[in-house]
Ligand binder design. Structure first.
Ligand SMILES: Cc1cc2nc3c(=O)[nH]c(=O)nc-3n(C[C@H](O)[C@H](O)[C@H](O)COP(=O)(O)O)c2cc1C
Length: 217
């Protein structure tokens, strides 16, 4: 059964790339839904145009890129990924009878958070999130906005009440990050932790202050 990965139009496409690479590395099958707005953030953050007709080629270019923008940093086999167009409300994941392990929305825009909290189902991404909740499957929402206003905070509480895991896209510094990719991988790792998927994306806390600091610092 696949994990659904929904990419909405918040800043943070490197977080999505890190989650996708880790799921593939863990041998998980992945169904991908990329919202219309997230194509703008992807273009802004990577220079890549994500096209439904050429999604495999565009996904490969995206996942091969490091968080610093350097192409060729990773080599990821995307042949096991299935892509569904965000406008296709007849796609498999729009029905609860389509078997999935759950859904990870990374990054999640406040518009997406609102839409899922209110059950708007304005596109396939939001519909799949609603289905995931109604089927009592795991939903992880990696919200990215700052500051957060009361409306979004209330929507996040509603999602938590409905059983979703809200994982803010906010990196921590206790894992010994030295590069931007480390910070990205920390957030991606916490998203996967919330889904129960094994990974080695960040150094876990071992109860020893300063142990992750580079030698000599
Ligand atoms: C370059 C860019 C960056 C954006 N960053 C954020 C963000 O970090 N958080 C957010 O909630 N919305 C952000 N937005 C706005 C969302 O894209 C917008 O609300 C959109 O309607 C979200 O649609 P979606 O949830 O269907 O993807 C950004 C938009 C652009 C163009």
């Amino acid at each position: 059964m696949p994990w659904i990965v929904g990419v909405s139009g918040a800043s943070g496409t490197p977080y999505a790339a890190a989650v996708l690479r880790a799921l593939i590395a863990a041998g998980e099958s992945v169904d991908l839904v990329v919202s219309r707005a997230s194509r703008l953030t992807l273009l802004d953050e990577t220079g890549i145009s994500f096209r439904d007709a050429h999604w495999q080629q565009d996904l490969r270019a995206w996942l091969d890129r490091g968080a610093d923008g350097k192409p060729g940093t990773f080599d990821t086999d995307v042949s096991g990924v299935r892509h569904w167009s965000a406008g296709d409300l007849a796609a498999g994941p729009s029905s609860g009878s389509y078997p999935t392990k759950g859904m990870l929305i990374v990054p999640a825009s406040t518009a997406c958070v609102a839409g899922v909290a209110l059950g708007l189902s304005k596109d396939l991404l939001q519909r799949t999130a609603s289905v995931t909740l109604k089927e009592r499957r795991r939903l992880v929402v990696a919200v990215r906005e700052s500051p957060l206003d009361g409306r979004t905070l209330r929507h996040l509480v509603a999602l938590d009440d409905a059983g979703a895991a809200v994982v803010p896209a906010s990196p921590a510094f206790y894992a010994g990050a030295t590069h931007i990719q480390d910070l990205v991988d920390f957030v991606a790792g916490r998203v996967l932790d919330a889904a129960g998927v094994e990974h080695g994306l960040y150094r876990r806390w071992r109860g020893e202050l300063g142990a992750a600091r580079p030698p000599g610092t």
